[in-house]
Design a protein around this ligand. Structure first.
Ligand SMILES: Cc1cc2nc3c(=O)[nH]c(=O)nc-3n(C[C@H](O)[C@H](O)[C@H](O)COP(=O)(O)O)c2cc1C
Length: 191
């Protein structure tokens, strides 16, 4: 087990995976660790949808592309990042999940007042736990517009009263991922 500071610093968003599947026990381990995340009023308003079925992942990715492309079109002339992402989404055969072997969608109970923060905490906890075990991860926010389609989410098996918050992919990294630059944050001290 790696030191926590090293885990935080070495975690990367992984976009290239080996063929090896992540065993169910490892996914169970990650979900178990997610439970240790803090949550408002300790409501623990999360639920987990684990998708290992390739056809279901493909369906979500396709729905994701269809929902995301019209959102990015108006931004393509003003944002190079939006333009690059649009090119990626329009490229034939693009899988928004980078052919990862497993997708875990963290769902949040809509009745919990701090559900978005709580589930984001659970997501980071899962990604760090994954890193400690040599499992790569990435939050795929690009499929969020598709997952906001309630009937689609229901079709996927989400329990009633829950919304999708964090779609996370997991798998064993193929190669090494460089760290994208980190800016110096603005910090105000009041002493
Ligand atoms: C809310 C959120 C949404 C993200 N959505 C995507 C996405 O749709 N596709 C993708 O490849 N990466 C996505 N990422 C990953 C970021 O691009 C990545 O974390 C960032 O570039 C920093 O890289 P690092 O995680 O390796 O430090 C997302 C990250 C977050 C936190």
């Amino acid at each position: 087990m790696k030191d926590i500071v090293e885990v935080i610093k070495t975690r990367r968003c992984v976009r290239e995976f080996s063929e090896k599947q992540v065993p169910d026990e490892e996914i169970e381990f990650l979900i178990d660790y997610a439970r240790y995340a803090p949550s408002g009023f300790n409501m623990q308003p999360w639920s987990f949808l684990v998708v290992k079925n390739k056809e279901v992942m493909r369906k979500i990715s396709e729905h994701g592309k269809k929902s995301m492309i019209p959102m990015l079109e108006p931004m393509k002339d003003t944002s190079p990042k939006a333009r690059d992402f649009l090119v990626f989404l329009k490229t034939k055969g693009t899988d928004m999940f980078y052919n990862a072997p497993v997708l875990v969608i963290i769902l949040g109970n809509k009745n919990a007042p701090t559900v978005d923060y709580d589930c984001a905490m659970a997501a980071q906890t899962m990604m760090l736990a994954a890193q400690s075990k040599g499992i790569g991860s990435c939050w795929i926010g690009g499929v969020q517009p598709a997952l906001m389609d309630e009937s689609f989410l229901k079709e996927l098996g989400a329990p009633a009263g829950y919304k999708a918050i964090a779609p996370l992919i997991f798998g064993y990294p193929k190669g090494k991922t460089e760290m994208p630059g980190r800016a110096e944050p603005e910090v105000v001290w009041l002493r």
